[in-house]
Write a protein that binds this ligand. Structure first.
Ligand code: TYC
Length: 121
């Protein structure tokens, strides 16, 4: 008797089998491994403005992008000088969460700091 509460998982579809002819009359069936593309990655880009204090940006980068103070300061200075800078690269939903966290922290502190995510080329 089968006491399992749920159905057994069905066998996943197997990889396509490609018939191939060789010099003899035989047919060789070659099993190709299923290829899964790696997930598209998104970079979280922080934008410069004239009002957000440098110290606030450094703390935000340390807190939400897990950088030490030294790296966070370098990223902040790059943003300050170039107008924008990449704080980290993540799968799409993680990047979106980071953007929300940064924007929420900025609103709470009353700073106009802006942050966006964009696909990595
Ligand atoms: N430009 C800001 C200042 O001089 C500092 C700053 C850096 C603001 C990075 C935003 O993403 C930013 N206070």
């Amino acid at each position: 008797m089968n006491f399992m509460a749920t159905k057994k998982p069905s066998t996943p579809p197997s990889a396509p089998v490609q018939p191939q002819r060789d010099d003899s009359d035989s047919v060789v069936l070659e099993r190709r491994p299923q290829k899964t593309a790696p997930p598209k990655m998104y970079q979280v880009v922080m934008l410069n403005d004239d009002y957000t204090p440098m110290e606030f940006v450094v703390v935000v980068i340390q807190e939400f992008f897990n950088k030490d103070r030294e790296s966070a300061t370098q990223i902040m200075l790059k943003i300050h000088l170039d107008g924008r800078g990449v704080c980290g690269v993540y799968p799409r939903d993680v990047a979106a969460t980071k953007v929300n966290q940064v924007m929420e922290a900025a609103v709470q502190a009353g700073h106009p700091l802006q942050c966006v995510s964009e696909p990595v080329e």
